[in-house]
Design a binder for this molecule. Structure first.
Ligand SMILES: Cc1cc2nc3c(=O)[nH]c(=O)nc-3n(C[C@H](O)[C@H](O)[C@H](O)COP(=O)(O)OP(=O)(O)OC[C@H]3O[C@@H](n4cnc5c(N)ncnc54)[C@H](O)[C@@H]3O)c2cc1C
Length: 141
């Protein structure tokens, strides 16, 4: 697997494009933000939720920069992730991960959790999660 050709054409990376963690700015070009599957040097899963949440983080950071705040004064914000899997039409299981920036160690810390006990409650939560994201991205149904 690798990022699309645009990454190589733009000189942002080879297989993937690296970011200046804990931000989403390209390591190679300060004018470029990178979110989602394209990033190479983060521990985040390549998931729809990480792409979506990272986009909202970058939007907030761009607003702060447009207001004149230097990057160094913008607190790092990292995405979280939850992946629901339906095991029949009503029951689901899930795995989640939260990420935070460890300033002392200068690295991203990951904390994960899992519920592999299938349940209707998880199924209901999965629908709620999906509806929340769809409403946010496309407007209320
Ligand atoms: C089979 C499968 C199942 C998955 N299931 C899940 C799941 O259950 N939950 C989950 O969270 N994630 C899931 N994922 C992962 C999820 O789909 C990706 O992580 C997510 O789509 C990444 O979003 P993105 O915007 O970074 O990239 P993409 O969705 O790949 O979007 C990149 C876009 O850029 C376009 N593009 C490329 N080059 C150019 C160019 N030169 N000019 C203009 N446009 C260009 C592409 O056509 C594409 O539309 C799944 C992925 C696969 C393949």
């Amino acid at each position: 697997m690798k990022a699309g050709e645009l990454v190589r054409t733009a000189g942002l990376g080879e297989r993937w494009a690296n970011v200046r963690v804990p931000y989403f700015l390209s390591e190679k070009d300060d004018r470029v933000y990178l979110v989602g599957d394209i990033t190479g040097n983060t521990p985040f899963p390549k998931s729809g939720m990480v792409a979506y949440v990272s986009g909202t983080i970058v939007a907030r950071q761009i607003v702060e920069r447009l207001k004149g705040k230097p990057l160094s004064e913008i607190p790092p914000e990292l995405p979280n992730n939850i992946c629901y899997s339906f095991v029949d039409s009503e029951e689901a299981i899930w795995v989640s991960a939260n990420y935070s920036w460890d300033e002392a160690a200068k690295q991203i810390k990951a904390q994960s959790a899992v519920d592999n006990q299938r349940s209707q409650a998880n199924g209901t939560a999965a629908i709620g999660w999906a509806t929340g994201l769809w409403n946010d991205m496309f407007g209320p149904a």
